[in-house]
Design a protein around this ligand. Structure first.
Ligand code: NCD
Length: 327
């Protein structure tokens, strides 16, 4: 495999292989010296056309821990703001000899175009495109769920290494969420059962054909005792502005919070072992209350550190070809 563009690129075995490799990477990160020589001499370019904190820093850290050279390229302050096209940017990167390009773009499909237009010879990793896909986020979420809730007994091949039998609720602004789309796909591949919970206005057309259930009432879904609850950010920047915090998608922030916010009361409905997730950045007080975000069952900060291990695994599997093959 050369590129990682979508969660759909991974079948069960490939996904489990990434998670197992990430577990090995995570183990090296507990050591005093965290740096591995694996990608010495390789160049990873972070090409970010859209804002990002966690994902960009996470890819940068992952590449550096593997001893790759890292070039950070953000659209602001570059010739992209002068109107340079994706193609010309790609040709520049190619001329610099990038081995992998990690791309985040506001247009769904941009990473696919970059990978398949013949402009660059490097591997392309999708770090989030429009409302389409964010495969490494889904992988780090699956890794986090597996760490907490599934056995990882590698001696018993295939048992406890995926997420079979677990129930994950994904709650909130599904319409604008590439995180939700990638997670539905990957969690299904790994054998988990997924329920999306959102107001009807934030459920995409066509979602009924996805491999998941859809609910419109959060309390009813929490009554089903899900093992993990993944809260999604309300993506106001993709909603247009109705002024005073209003959007065309729900009546008011307060009503959204009442119907779909995770708070202490709803947290108490969950089974003892259940975990609370959020990809970040959070709107505290909107989709998640401070006490839910800071509760002992929230694994939100852990998701961030697991992101580094998962991205190390992806970079390793795509770039260290002579040592290992990936699917
Ligand atoms: C997500 C993204 O950018 O899609 N964040 C992230 O990668 N950590 C989700 C979001 O922005 O709400």
């Amino acid at each position: 495999m050369k590129h990682l563009l979508s969660a759909a690129d991974l079948d069960r075995d490939a996904a489990v292989h990434v998670l197992d490799t990430a577990a090995q990477m995570a183990a090296t990160q507990a050591r005093e010296i965290k740096k591995l020589p694996t990608l010495r001499g390789k160049t990873v370019v972070n090409l970010f056309f859209e804002d990002s904190t966690r994902t960009r820093i996470s890819f940068e850290t992952a590449a550096k821990r593997l001893s790759a050279d890292v070039i950070n390229f953000s659209a602001k302050g570059s010739s992209v703001s002068k109107g340079e096209s994706l193609k010309d940017t790609a040709l520049t990167l190619q001329a610099m000899g990038a081995d992998a390009v990690v791309v985040r773009h506001h247009a769904s499909g941009a990473p696919h175009r970059l990978a398949h237009a013949g402009w660059v010879g490097s591997s392309v990793i999708n770090a989030g495109d429009g409302t389409h896909q964010h495969p490494t986020q889904a992988l780090l979420d699956a890794f986090t769920i597996r760490r907490h809730l599934a056995g990882t007994d590698a001696d018993r091949e295939g048992i406890g290494r995926d997420l079979a039998g677990l129930h994950v609720a994904i709650v909130g602004d599904v319409l604008h969420s590439r995180v939700a789309r990638s997670n539905v796909q990957l969690l299904h591949t790994l054998g988990a059962r997924v329920t999306l919970v959102a107001p009807p206005t934030l459920v995409p057309v066509g979602a009924h054909a996805w491999p998941c259930a859809i609910g419109y009432h959060l309390d009813e879904v929490l009554d089903q005792q899900p093992d993990a609850v993944m809260m999604l950010r309300v993506q106001r920047e993709r909603m247009g502005s109705g002024g005073a915090g209003a959007t065309g998608f729900f009546p008011s922030p307060l009503e959204y919070t009442r119907a779909y916010g995770l708070d202490a009361r709803r947290l108490a409905m969950l089974p003892e072992h259940a975990i609370v997730m959020h990809p970040g950045p959070m709107n505290r007080g909107l989709e998640i209350s401070a006490d839910a975000a800071d509760s002992p069952r929230a694994v939100i900060v852990e998701q961030v550190s697991n992101g580094v291990a998962v991205r190390m695994a992806v970079l390793y599997l795509l770039l260290a070809k002579e040592k290992e093959t990936w699917a």
